[in-house]
Ligand binder design. Structure first.
Ligand code: SF4
Ligand code: SF3
Length: 542
């Protein structure tokens, strides 16, 4: 076995990638990511001895959220950057151990003194997933770590906008520390559920960061065609990068297009005001190969999901932030108080042909909780009048698995009195279908990025109040969630923490759930796998 990774939905054979990642991750990269996780454990344990909110505590919190984010599926494939992060983490850990090691409750676990030796990737592999022998403990530890990776991504985005919450950092530290200790299944299960609460808080923090910085999203029609100017395509999830790029391209004659999960940016007042924010180009991350090739201009990957880079656009793709790919130029981070310098990308755009037209329509977005709140009266009326019978939450990720056509089939065949609530790139399976509206309420209500899944939960809670219900599960709502990477794990844990039950999850259940752990989720929360579209629709509408 050259590596072991089973953190995403596309893991080989739904058991684990052992030779190379289906995502393109090489064994060395996998080993380095394992090493980075091990270093993160040590940093977390040592930081727990520091005072919450102190400079050292914050430095650890920031390091952990950034480093965990770098290990999310399709975020960073660059061995040099991973190695640099490991080095940074080891020095931080050793400094924290020296200062606070004695104050750590229960003493420091072995991970805090881990010495990788010469071959980092090999050492990482030894300390990786399979170093835990018991499959249930392994499953719970990994479930915890993947939930924390999602939390880390959200916390990192919030931090970029200047929003931090020490309680979130503390939860990340506590969770990581727990995976380095000899804890039983019950303790780990309780921690997993606690992590769901931390996920809710982190998503609320990011929601505040986004809406206070860029305004509340408003219903917006977004063009999917192209204009005749040269363009830059921005993918990933980072709004700050887009903000700075829009500012720097103003008046240059270069248009900016969004791709994949950047689509919802069009709905924020702070971005909609830019006339050269031209539209959204292409589909979700899985189809970036074709879309990036025909775009003709530079592409900026701000976060996940980057896939193995093709020759067709190798010379014009750039990464920034926690994204990275070997041989791809990386735009360095902004200095405190400064902006990133995108001049090289803008200059390159000026020498590139304009994008090929691949479609010519529009999609509607901008249904954040504030906007839906404004429509609540209308929605409640439509439910009471029997015009809306069910809300079906179909949020989450898209992917390349052939069974994902299930989600298109469900969307197409849901009865006309069902409304789909969505967020994340899962929407690309049905957001360009003409599903119509119910008395002016569109049948696909798109809250935004996976980062905005919180908005859907707030929407559901607002509807619960509007209907005067005591339990969210009494709402006419069903969950049919598509997952791929670890942010979706955090969202799932958040939904469980908020009390939502009977969630369908597909296209497959996570390989990292052992039969016993899956059993607990089924029994306690009614989690179930997606099945045949027609049969599921019947159950959803029942
Ligand atoms: Fe395999 Fe997914 Fe891990 Fe990539 S991230 S190596 S596809 S399990
Ligand atoms: Fe998509 Fe990667 Fe998860 Fe942000 S872009 S939802 S998969």
């Amino acid at each position: 076995m050259e590596m072991f990774c089973y953190q995403c939905q596309e893991t080989a054979g739904n058991t684990g990638c052992v030779k190379a990642g289906v995502c393109g991750k090489k064994p060395v990269t996998a080993g380095l990511q394992d090493a980075l996780i091990q270093v993160c454990r040590g940093v977390a344990s040592a930081a727990l001895g520091s005072v919450e909110g102190s400079d050292d505590f914050r430095a650890a919190g920031r390091f952990l959220t950034g480093a965990l984010f770098a290990t999310i599926t399709n975020a960073n494939f660059d061995d040099e950057r991973l190695t640099a992060l490991i080095g940074e983490g080891l020095s931080l850990r050793d400094r924290l151990v020296k200062r606070y090691g004695d104050a750590v409750e229960g003493g420091l676990p072995g991970a805090a003194r881990w010495v990788p030796g010469g071959d980092l990737a090999e050492a990482g592999k030894k300390a990786g997933v399979l170093s835990t022998g018991n499959e249930d403990i392994r499953s719970l530890r990994e479930l915890l770590i993947y939930g924390l990776k999602g939390i880390a991504a959200y916390a990192h985005h919030a931090e970029i906008l200047g929003y931090e919450d020490d309680a979130v950092y503390a939860s990340v530290m506590k969770g990581l520390d727990a995976t380095a200790r000899d804890l039983g299944a019950d303790t780990l299960t309780a921690l997993v559920l606690e992590t769901g609460k931390a996920a809710v808080d982190t998503m609320a923090l990011l929601d505040r960061a986004n809406t206070e910085t860029y305004g509340h999203p408003r219903i917006t029609k977004i063009a999917t065609g192209v204009r005749g100017n040269p363009g830059i395509l921005v993918s990933g999830h980072d709004l700050k990068d887009l903000e700075e790029l829009l500012r720097q391209t103003e008046g240059t004659g270069v248009d900016v297009y969004t791709h994949g999960e950047m689509l919802p940016a069009h709905s924020y007042p702070a971005f909609a005001k830019y006339g050269h924010l031209a539209g959204n180009y292409g589909g979700s991350w899985g189809r970036q190969g074709e879309g990036f090739a025909s775009f003709n201009g530079p592409i900026l990957m701000t976060t996940n999901c980057i896939i193995p880079v093709r020759d067709a656009y190798r010379g014009r793709i750039f990464t920034t932030g926690m994204a990275g790919y070997p041989g791809v130029e990386h735009i360095p981070d902004r200095r405190p108080g400064g902006e990133k310098d995108f001049s090289k990308i803008i200059e390159l755009a000026g020498h590139c042909p304009s994008p090929d037209r691949i479609e010519d329509g529009e999609v509607t977005g901008g249904f954040g909780h504030d906007q839906v709140g404004a429509l609540a009266g209308k929605i409640v009326e439509a439910v009471k009048a029997g015009d809306i019978r069910k809300f079906v939450v179909m949020a989450g990720c898209d992917g390349r698995h052939k069974d994902r056509s299930y989600f298109t089939e469900v969307a197409e065949n849901l009865p006309k009195d069902a409304v789909i609530l969505t967020a994340g790139c899962a929407k690309y399976r049905y957001n360009k279908l003409d599903l119509g509206d119910i008395g002016g309420i569109p049948r696909v209500i798109d809250a935004g990025q996976c980062n905005d899944s919180y908005s859907l939960a707030v929407t559901a809670l607002k509807l619960k109040d509007a209907f005067g219900l005591g339990d969210v599960n009494d709402l006419p709502i069903a969950f049919d969630i598509a997952w791929y990477e670890q942010k979706a794990v955090a969202v799932l844990l958040a939904l469980l923490a908020l009390g939502f039950k009977n969630i369908r999850l597909g296209p497959t259940l996570p390989a990292f759930l052992s039969p016993n752990v899956a059993g607990v989720l089924v029994e306690k929360f009614g989690i179930m796998p997606t099945g045949e579209a027609a049969a599921d629709i019947e159950k959803i509408m029942a």
